[in-house]
Design a protein around this ligand. Structure first.
Ligand code: ZN
Ligand code: ZN
Length: 212
């Protein structure tokens, strides 16, 4: 069990907001990359050279980048990428696009870091308390932590099994609530239950763009 550093509190904050903290950190690091790192360094020759060596971002992160609508930044980067790939072609070199995506690497790193921090605090009573009040990990991240560690405490496993069963039950309740033929037996949903279909998808798939 390590010291409670800033990352620990970031994870706690995601849990308190009902988010999978691993997905949360992935999304946070991705957004930081696009909002700060990329846009602050767009005029940096070294930075653009690095993007040229990987031949841009993967398809998913290319469209994420495009969604920021930074016209000049996009023009600068893609001018570089075109010129460099034209040179490749003239040399008879066919480079697969992209060879390696910097944002994918950042996200993989964020995922590993979050899973490590969570695992290291599983026997901490304060963390357990926060966790028990939360919505826990999404299905993919719960599976990933199981694959990474054989010594996961029982409470953590029971918590997630209960949580996933609860999602399935609430979906059932939602479906019943839409069923007019049930008449008076149609269940009434809470505000949160009305959005279960959305939450169910998010906790089943993990953050948008998540890879195994
Ligand atoms: Zn997740
Ligand atoms: Zn990528």
């Amino acid at each position: 069990m390590g010291k409670k550093h800033i990352l620990y509190y970031t994870i706690v904050e995601f849990l308190e907001n009902g988010k999978c903290p691993v997905c949360g950190l992935i999304k946070k690091r991705r957004e930081e990359y696009f909002e700060h790192v990329l846009f602050e360094q767009i005029n940096d020759i070294g930075f653009r050279k690095k993007l040229r060596t990987t031949n841009g971002f993967c398809n998913y992160h290319t469209y994420k980048f495009l969604s920021y609508h930074d016209s000049l930044g996009t023009a600068l980067i893609y001018q570089d990428l075109y010129l460099s790939d034209i040179k490749n072609l003239e040399r008879g070199k066919i480079v697969k696009s992209p060879e390696k995506c910097v944002v994918c690497d950042i996200e993989k790193d964020a995922e590993k870091t979050a899973l490590d921090v969570i695992f290291s605090f599983l026997n901490d009573s304060e963390f357990k308390e926060v966790f028990m009040r939360s919505k826990g990990l999404c299905l993919p991240h719960y599976k990933k932590i199981l694959l990474l560690h054989s010594d996961i405490p029982q409470w953590f496993k029971e918590f997630h099994m209960k949580r996933f069963k609860k999602i399935a039950e609430t979906l059932h309740k939602f479906i019943d609530s839409e069923n007019v033929s049930l008449g008076d037996k149609r269940p009434t949903l809470t505000k949160e239950e009305e959005l279960i279909w959305k939450e169910a998808v998010e906790f089943f798939a993990g953050v948008e763009g998540l890879k195994w």
